[in-house]
Write a protein that binds this ligand. Structure first.
Ligand code: PBG
Length: 326
């Protein structure tokens, strides 16, 4: 009789919350979470972002306050996106020593010291009037190498402002090497690069483009961001970036690309970050608002899945909330 019952019973270890907690393979920790924040030049009150309920475009002052709260909650880092008051074809605001990102970095470093890592997104799309990530030729193409010169200058400006880590997100070929050379040339040998190595041309960036006011006015980003159909190409991008000097690499978006994240984690020995992007945030917030799913459980599950797939660091708009809960 008893021989017909299972000897192996995986349910034994699921029986109580204490057993489940003890045997969990993956844990989230506040220290691994990075909060993306938007700061807009020349506004006097924080502005809500319709497609990202709970996220705002900050003033310089409201940014300081929110950053302080996030750090109190225990987040490991903050990543800054700036929206300038004036845009032009070459994104002059991006490397202006008094530009919005540089000013915000000085504010945060003076408030926070080393309590959290301050990271800057390094790209031109928020700063260009055409919304593209680089220099656009007369033919309407993105000029890779002319853009690298701009990125080098932006990196030097962000470094001079005192940022802890720069994170190039423009997907130009050779951007990590160009930025490394610029940083080293300016004496910033110790400043790490978090490379957005694997960045797909994704519909899930939709809400971000409202938040950062950077939707391209013509065309799209498909000539530099990756085709969602490809995975092997991601390894090529990651290995190139590591060879060029990336100190950390990133996969973006996160949730729809967990297979890629796992492959990247297994392929390199530098820390791997994953960016849970604006659309991933908006989907859960929208469904929760409709009463279609349990908001906190869905958030936690989405994050644990990203961690399980191999992320050491997670960029998420829920970083402060989740850190406070952990
Ligand atoms: C480019 C950049 C983008 C995001 C981060 N950096 C937008 C894009 O490539 O169009 C998207 C982040 C998100 O959707 O949350 N500066």
């Amino acid at each position: 009789m008893s021989a017909q019952f299972p000897v192996a019973r995986p349910r034994r270890l699921r029986r109580t919350p204490a057993l489940r907690r003890l045997t969990a393979e993956t844990r989230l920790s506040a220290a691994d979470l990075v909060l993306p924040m938007f700061v807009k030049e020349g506004i006097t009150e924080a502005q809500p972002i319709a497609s990202m309920p709970g996220v705002v475009q900050h003033t310089r002052d409201s940014l300081r306050k929110a950053a302080h709260e996030a750090v109190e909650a225990g987040v490991g880092g903050l990543i800054l996106f700036g929206i300038p008051a004036v845009k032009d074809a070459v994104g002059s605001g991006a490397d202006d020593p008094d530009g919005i990102v540089q000013s915000a970095v000085r504010d945060l470093k003076s408030d926070l010291g080393d309590a959290a890592v301050v990271i800057t997104d390094l790209c031109l799309d928020e700063f260009t009037d055409h919304g593209h990530c680089g220099i656009v030729t007369a033919a309407g193409e993105i000029d890779n190498d002319a853009t690298l010169e701009r990125y080098a200058s932006v990196a030097a400006a962000q470094a001079a402002a005192g940022v802890d880590v720069v994170a190039p997100s423009g997907m130009m070929d050779g951007q990590v090497a160009a930025i490394r050379a610029a940083l080293d040339g300016a004496g910033h040998h110790e400043l790490p690069i978090l490379a957005y190595s694997v960045k797909y041309a994704s519909a899930f960036y939709g809400p971000f483009r409202d938040a950062a006011e950077c939707a391209p006015v013509f065309g799209d980003r498909a000539t530099h961001q990756q085709d969602p159909a490809n995975a092997a190409e991601s390894l090529r991008e990651v290995l190139l970036d590591v060879a060029e000097g990336a100190d950390m690499v990133m996969v973006k978006p996160a949730g729809p690309y967990l297979d890629v994240l796992r492959q990247v984690r297994d392929a390199v020995d530098v820390p791997v970050a994953a960016y849970q992007v604006s659309g991933e945030y908006a989907m859960i917030e929208a469904a929760a608002r409709n009463g279609w799913l349990d908001r906190e459980r869905a958030i936690d599950e989405s994050l644990v899945a990203i961690r399980r797939a191999g992320a050491d660091v997670i960029l998420t708009y829920w970083a402060a909330e989740v850190a406070a809960r952990l």
